[in-house]
Ligand binder design. Structure first.
Ligand code: GLA
Length: 343
């Protein structure tokens, strides 16, 4: 528990390829980007309340230390994180963020990591990711490890190859001419109220029938699944893991046109087989693919709205956020993971 004022900064993440693979013991290739959440904790010895002010919520929250329920349902995640941090005294937390909420860019994992670090929680990346996952579960969102793990372990200039079966990670260098833009569909989502939990349950059923997690299965296993819906969900997970391997090897050969093509295939699989896209996002992907110099485009994160990431050639007009107005857009580059910062 820090005695003085501490500030932590946690970046957003986008998935280059490999969505809905984390809770299936599969593979993913995300990166951290230069949007971020910062949390500053000022302790007040003798106080048993944490007052949390965020520039993304109109009202501050007052969260009592210990097991009492938080005053507002929106404060559930913060309350879980504060409880798990074992804060010895209360104080004040100020949060500022450039990450849009509910946009598939891991705003809640960035909040979780920044708040935990500001409250003095120090752990290795896997333990920290599990810690944040536990707080999400206490708040009713049963998410995987993709978001917090990327946010903690990312390295500037690199994507992060994560094997969720072995819980192993490798930094994959991204070529300088890999230019990315993130465009918001302006359709917001919430994982708790989306069919995210249904997808998890469908994957568990398919894995049960196949006798092992979908991330360990091969395309040849699919014929053993009788129900068409389960077969389609499993096909997404199995082909998405293969796409992660393919993108890794295309990157090693500097074949960005190939990477873009596989990213777009990933989107089509998320839309058709996994059914986690929505029409607004699908048409945004198609609009982006119609712009000169766009090599590939796909939704990122849980789905049901949120952002699209496009890989572009350096001179592409798609890289200029103004091209996408009135939609919000950001030219992004691969950023470093979460850090404490001097204030
Ligand atoms: C959300 C979840 C992650 C992961 C992605 C989809 O962001 O928090 O655990 O399942 O969706 O890849």
């Amino acid at each position: 528990m820090p005695r003085t004022r501490t500030t932590a900064r946690a970046p957003a993440r986008v998935t280059i390829i490999g969505d809905h693979t984390d809770y299936n013991e599969g593979l993913s290739l995300p990166m951290a980007i230069d949007l971020a959440t910062e949390a500053t904790f000022t302790p007040e010895p003798g106080s048993f309340l944490i007052g949390l002010h965020s520039d993304q919520f109109p009202e501050p929250w007052e969260i009592p230390l210990g097991d009492t329920a938080p005053p507002s349902p929106t404060a559930l995640l913060a309350a879980g994180l504060i409880r798990l941090a074992n804060a010895a005294s209360g104080g004040t937390v100020h949060v500022t963020s450039t990450i849009p909420l509910g946009a598939g860019l891991s705003s809640s994992a960035a909040f979780s990591v920044a708040l935990s670090m500001a409250l003095g929680v120090t752990m290795d990346p896997i333990a920290m990711a599990r810690h944040c996952q536990r707080a999400e579960a206490l708040a009713g969102a049963h998410v995987g490890l993709l978001d917090p793990l990327t946010i903690v372990a990312a390295r500037a200039g690199h994507a992060l190859l994560i094997d969720f079966a072995a819980l192993e990670m490798r930094h994959v260098p991204l070529p300088d001419d890999a230019a990315f833009v993130v465009v918001h569909s302006e359709a917001a989502r919430q994982l708790k109220s989306s069919p995210y939990a249904t997808r998890r349950a469908e994957c568990e059923m398919a894995a049960h029938q196949l006798g092992r997690p979908l991330g360990h299965c091969e395309p040849g296993d699919l014929s053993a699944l009788r129900e068409p819906v389960l077969r389609r969900r499993a096909r997404h997970v199995i082909t998405e893991c293969a796409r992660v391997r393919e993108v890794e090897s295309l990157l090693a050969r500097g074949n960005l046109a190939g990477v873009g093509k596989v990213m777009t295939e990933g989107h089509r699989s998320l839309a058709a087989d996994y059914k986690v896209s929505i029409p607004v996002v699908d048409s945004l992907v198609e609009d982006l693919l119609g712009l000169p110099g766009v090599l590939g485009a796909r939704m990122t994160g849980g789905g049901f709205g949120g952002c699209v990431i496009a890989l572009c050639q350096p001179g592409s007009p798609a890289l200029d956020p103004a091209t996408h107005a009135p939609r919000r857009a950001w030219r992004v580059s691969p950023a470093a993971g979460a850090t404490m910062i001097a204030t």
